[in-house]
Design a protein around this ligand. Structure first.
Ligand SMILES: Nc1ncnc2c1ncn2[C@@H]1O[C@H](COP(=O)(O)OP(=O)(O)OP(=O)(O)O)[C@@H](O)[C@H]1O
Ligand SMILES: [Mg+2]
Length: 370
């Protein structure tokens, strides 16, 4: 099949960690957080935890929130949780806030410099740079940004419990106590976030709203496909649009893959046929296997897989007792494996005693893989 090299692929980009051309189906979530930014300092929605499985759009959401918040008067520091996170946050604020001080190159000297803690713009004086820790530096930065009418938004991706996380979280609390205009959005895998919530030092995060990023609406995906194909001049019947949208099962990463391959495989000016759709599904699911399923399943043991395959065979939502019965009462005990599988982002427990696969198509993959 001739692949289509003529369309610059901006409408679909099936890679992790990018900002999609349009972030679909999460308007309510985004609006709620932005609403929080408009509320008084310290209000609950100004510190939110987003949780979702791989490929559900956590990183993309933070990028979207960052852009939207910027338009509402926030300087944004976006980091991935790691040991050096506190200083990375400071640097991000200095970098992204510097444009507000372009006309402000005059070096502050004398007594003032010591008091303000800055030598110019958002660059700390040598003494401040040396002596102050994260919290004091943040406090100075918040004041300096406030002079320009700007707040400070911290975005933390791949959040997990760590010393750096504790430092940032306790500083945040203190900054709020000092009435600084600061807000924070964090995203991570559900189990990583639960480790954060169980961390005693981070208990205040228990009060933070937790927002789950699940599958997105198939109708919205369909509408986006329709617009996108029109834009690039590709024909698609209602049936094809239905089929393409349904094939994504509402999984954002798969939507990017299917959209991408559809444009790639359909000749210029032609219409999408069922046979193109077949090839697209095959290619997209192949990528899903490689980039999502293999990394999820690789660290698992043989017994983990015994449970997963049994669960896939049973299909749909499975009760723990049925699953144990399927594996055999004398076989490995589900008790031992359940927690690990949930922590690995393989399965979820929507209700007590019930289990489902965490990502679409994973059950089918397990049944065909041997
Ligand atoms: N709501 C959405 N609308 C359109 N595209 C989306 C949406 N959410 C995610 N995507 C796209 O899906 C892909 C995966 O998203 P992203 O990298 O944000 O996932 P993630 O949750 O951060 O995954 P991981 O846990 O592996 O880091 C990206 O290509 C992203 O652009
Ligand atoms: Mg991510």
């Amino acid at each position: 099949m001739k692949t289509n090299q003529n369309h610059p692929q901006i409408l679909f980009q099936p890679t992790f960690g990018n900002r999609p051309e349009k972030y679909i189906g999460r308007d309510g979530i985004i609006e709620q957080f932005l609403e929080g930014l408009r509320e008084p300092i310290g209000s609950r929605n100004r510190c939110t935890l987003f949780l979702g499985q791989r490929g559900m759009g956590k990183t993309a959401l933070l990028l979207e929130l960052g852009d939207r918040a910027q338009a509402e008067g926030y300087v944004v520091a976006r980091v991935t949780a790691h040991e050096g996170m506190p200083s990375a946050i400071i640097e991000q604020f200095q970098l992204n806030g510097s444009k507000f001080f372009d006309n402000d190159k005059r070096k502050l000297t004398g007594v003032n410099a010591g008091v303000l803690g800055f030598s110019f713009g958002l660059t700390f004086s040598e003494a401040a740079q040396r002596q102050y820790g994260f919290r004091s530096k943040m406090s100075l930065l918040c004041d300096r940004l406030a002079e320009k009418g700007e707040g400070a938004l911290i975005l933390i991706d791949e959040v997990h419990s760590s010393a750096a996380m504790r430092e940032v979280a306790s500083a945040y609390q203190e900054l709020v106590g000092d009435r600084k205009n600061v807000a924070i959005a964090m995203a991570g895998l559900p189990h990583a976030v639960s480790s954060v919530l169980n961390d005693k030092v981070l208990t205040f995060l228990n009060r933070a709203p937790r927002v789950e990023l699940g599958l997105i609406s198939i109708n919205m995906i369909r509408a986006y496909f329709e617009r996108a194909f029109k834009t690039v001049g590709i024909g698609a019947t209602d049936e094809i649009l239905d089929r393409a949208a349904m094939a994504t099962r509402g999984f954002p990463y798969l939507m990017q893959l299917i959209g991408y391959y559809l444009i790639q495989y359909t000749p210029d000016g032609a219409s999408i046929t069922d046979s193109i759709m077949d090839k697209v599904e095959q290619a997209a699911l192949g990528d899903l296997d490689e980039n999502v399923f293999k990394p999820i399943l690789n660290p698992l043991s043989d017994n983990d897989l015994v449970f997963l395959r049994a669960m896939a065979r049973l299909g749909g939502t499975v009760t723990t007792s049925r699953l144990q019965a399927a594996v055999g009462r004398k076989g490995p005990s589900l008790q031992t494996y359940r927690k690990r599988l949930i922590e690995g982002g393989v399965i979820e427990s929507p209700r007590r005693g019930e289990l489902v696969f965490a990502v679409p198509y994973l059950d089918e993959y397990l049944l065909k893989e041997k």
